[in-house]
Design a protein around this ligand. Sequence first.
Ligand code: DGL
Length: 253
Amino acid sequence: MIGVFDSGLGGLSVLAALVEALPGADFTYFADTAHVPYGNKEDGFIQSRVLEVGADLVAGGCGLLVVACNTATVAAVQALRAAHPGIPVVGVEPGIKPAAQESRSGRIAVLATEATARSSRLKRLIEDHAGNVEVFVEPCPGWATHVEMLQLDDPALATDIRARIEPLLDQGVDRIVLGCTHYSFLAPQLRQVIGTRAQLVDVADAVARQTRRLAADLARGSGRLLLQASAHPERLRAALPRLHLGHIAARVA
Ligand code: DGL
């Protein structure tokens, strides 16, 4: 069993890539919906949640963990690895490296939660991988909550997206990194503002490839999916078609 978790629905964007890359694997997806969003919380709180959820998944039989959340990864992936030395742990980090490599203008942006935006881990990622490319870090408070409420077409969100993206495009940014797994579900709304001026960079497929490399025998299961949540677990399955993930629903045990 492979355990995948996030604060809420965002990690389902990673789960979709994982299911495609590992069609025979069994997955447990855990959404910490009693504590979503993580992005406006203190690092210590996020870390204690990640350690608790990780321990529960391991106790439930997961032999590999995917932290399908940038915020949880920056705050706690090291602590989670230290807590489970025998278990591979795959984290999700903003795709600074591919964005910087592909950029023609030499300017890229990262959209992230407040916690990810302020983190020293993101700072280090930029120092290590952006080279001479200028990186604009844009915190996007409230966006993950809109996804959580399935309010993807809320006019207030559309206004906020425009207000944050237009200035980045005016600066000549040509790659925009989705630095929060929830934001993958806002790609259509983002593209409406971006048009052809920039491209979105999402690492879900790269995370799925890395997980496949580490999966070994876990790749061979019965293709089952368990959906769990710390609050309102029934909402997870109901959200799948709204997030264009109806094809995953058939696997739900
Ligand atoms: N989906 C998460 C991420 O990738 C966090 C969203 C939140 O809970 O604030 O950062």
